[in-house]
Design a protein around this ligand. Structure first.
Ligand SMILES: C[C@](O)(C(=O)O)[C@H](CC(=O)O)C(=O)O
Ligand SMILES: [Mg+2]
Length: 299
């Protein structure tokens, strides 16, 4: 059911996410990059979403190297938060500049209904956390950004991501996590840990709500979410999973179309018209239009 035809939940999304975290619920958050994917995730029963910077940039034809502006992200997030009532964790890369830019990002994202902002401690130009050649800013610089986010937010959950594991090692990532928690982070995201043992050790050392990133083709092994939850992680994201699967399907169908001049063979693998309309809540829009017409016909 979609945004024009249903009442929105009044409770801020950040408070709903906080409730899940306080109840120590296990949140499996698929990455979304547009409202349609978010609608499907909602239909499948997920309780939270991750607005992936990497997937969103890719959907706009860009690599994940910090080219998106705050306005770009706000625009994409607004479509998602209109479409679904689920709490959305928003990837804000390095926060679009310094501490003041982070403060502005917090205000803008909270205004469009985001539940959480994720900021990371890389230097610009940032890159995907699973690539070589990353560098991190001084821990104090990141702590200042977190403090700025904390002051600017009303309810928004602050997720501090550290990319230090690659460039500085596991111990540095733990130390940064502690500093970021002191600066006011609500959740810590240790990026690109390199083994299941490291995920487990990190959760033993850092006693705070933690987020694990199960992105495919990266440096981290794909540990089943149930194990991560058992070790103490509260949120497990699958940031680019839907995009990767969708693009492989697009590649296949367009290759077949080019080759065969027909997509008929692919029809059984397509979302049907009825399925798409059901996801969009098409019937509810028609009913709304009809009832508006009837109201204006009344004498
Ligand atoms: C989580 C992430 O920041 C994202 O933008 O989705 C990426 C995911 C990826 O590139 O696989 C990251 O891990 O840096
Ligand atoms: Mg990202």
């Amino acid at each position: 059911m979609s945004w024009l035809v249903k009442p929105k939940t009044n409770e801020p999304a950040a408070l709903r996410l906080r409730r899940h975290l306080e109840a120590e619920e296990a949140l499996l958050a698929p990455g979304v990059f547009n409202a349609l994917v978010a609608l499907e995730a909602e239909r499948q029963g997920f309780k939270a979403l991750y607005f992936s910077g990497g997937a969103y940039a890719a959907s706009l034809g860009l690599p994940d190297v910090g080219l998106l502006t705050l306005e770009d992200v706000v625009h994409g997030v607004r479509w998602v938060t209109r479409a679904v009532d689920l709490p959305v964790i928003v990837d804000a890369d390095t926060g679009f500049g310094g501490a003041l830019n982070v403060a502005r990002a917090v205000r803008e994202l909270e205004a469009v209904g985001a539940a959480a902002i994720q900021i990371e401690d890389q230097v610009m130009p940032k890159r995907c956390g699973h690539l070589a050649g990353k560098a991190v800013v001084a821990a104090e610089v990141m702590a200042e950004k977190i403090a700025a986010a904390r002051r600017a937010r009303e309810h928004l959950v602050i997720v501090a991501r550290t990319d230090a594991r690659g460039p500085e090692g596991f111990e540095a990532a733990v130390a940064r996590a502690e500093l970021y928690l002191k600066a006011g982070a609500d959740v810590v995201f240790p990026e690109a840990l390199e083994s299941a043992a490291e995920f487990r050790a990190f959760a033993r050392r850092v006693r705070a709500p933690l987020l694990a990133n199960m992105t495919e083709f990266g440096r981290s092994p794909l540990v089943p979410a149930a194990r991560l939850f058992a070790w103490g992680y509260r949120i497990v994201i699958f940031p680019v999973t839907a995009l990767r699967a969708a693009m492989k399907a697009v590649e296949g169908v367009l290759a077949a179309l080019r080759r065969e001049g027909s997509a008929a063979r692919w029809v059984p693998r397509m979302q049907t018209r009825a399925e798409l309309y059901a996801l969009l809540g098409y019937a509810a829009y028609e009913a709304l239009d009809r009832s508006l017409g009837e109201a204006s016909d009344a004498p």
